[in-house]
Write a protein that binds this ligand. Sequence first.
Ligand code: UNU
Ligand code: FES
Ligand code: FE
Length: 451
Amino acid sequence: MVNINELVDVAGAVQSKRVFWDQEVYEQELERVFGRCWLFLTHESQIPQPGDFVTAYMGEDKVIVVRQRDGSIKVFLNSCTHRGNQVCHADSGNAKAFTCSYHGWSFGMDGELVALPLEQSAYYNRLDKSQWGLREVAKVDSYRGFVFGCFDPQAPTLAEYLGEMGWYLDTWMDGTGGAELIGPPMKSILRCNWKVPSENFIGDGYHVGWTHAAAIKVLGGPLAGLAGNAEIPFEDAGMQITSRHGHGFGVIWDGVGLLHDDPAYREYASAKAPEVAEKLGDWRAKFYMGHWNAGIFPNCSYLYGTNTFKVWNPRGPNEIEVWTWTLVEKAMSPELKREIVKQAIHTFGTAGTLESDDGENMETCTWSNRGPQTRKGLMNAQMGQLNDTEHPDLPGIVGKSFIGETSYRGFYRFWAELMQVESWEAVRANDATWKEPLIRGAANAKKERAA
Ligand code: UNU
Ligand code: FES
Ligand code: FE
């Protein structure tokens, strides 16, 4: 078992570089993070009819997500119970049954083993088919149409898992009648650890003006001034949020549609904002007009206001398979949706301008730690720590600035907690005190600055 206290100092806001490389850390993550958390699978709109399915990953485990006759969704390990062959090789489709390509065992859309070749002449009808259905994933649920699965029967409900983050997510998932994803997802490989893009998307406003300097200049919109950090955003230009289970985001006020300088999208959002205010109140109307870089723990990331939605599927400690959808609101016109899809492909698609900028950093953040001496070093996530605080109106912990690392700190706080505890029971036991090390870290940082 890895000693997590050697890898993450929550109050000190530093992490060991080993978290990006060590095989041992990775194996423990597959069990304790991916084996326990709710993991994003698909959006309901991708599988509307009975028999509609998509395949997906839950950590390294391949799964099939299938709409049932009664409208519910079931998720199965994509592995034949006969000799382990992958049962479904398609990305998506509609099927009455999944028939294995190796010996022909055939499973119904409910996972039951329904037929197999030579059942009578070779098995003498002695195979108990009821025992050899596809293995079903313990929990499946959807939040505002976003479908998640979870391997751990002891896990909280999806709504509890999202927790305070659900309050924020409702801003765009519920404020205007719902969001949806446009697929199928683009797929690509990056040679990086899954946490590098996860931490980047959840909280890194700092890199935008630097890593993306050329790209945001070329886009030429109102954010172009950030290029090279020539213009820095004013102090109250945004904030950062982190929540109980490691989810979080950074927001730039009034940033919706700004990256692409898209007047049609901005008009749409401005017209909808009063509806959001009416339904969810003024704070969330303000968030609705913002631009978010955000993460749902562990490996689902999105930009609201630029509208890319991603899962970083781990494929070993130093490789990921990136899946990218486009995020739109149902109420948008088909023309606006199409325009947003084009923009999302241009910026954060597989060959997107900003995607390529990020990819290079993400790979070298990972591979530079191949060296055992390098790996002994620490990484710093202390930016803005002294301003981390509770807020009278907003759930979670709030950081003062869009350019800060509040949500990084919250991501690694929960990661460290999950990696250490034996069960969800032990996580629940910490519910009342989870903010303590973050608040203590803020107080220490304040003291140090005063001294
Ligand atoms: O690159 C990003 N994650 C980003 C880009 C975040 C905010 C604005 C633009
Ligand atoms: Fe941030 Fe080097 S400046 S990783
Ligand atoms: Fe980026």
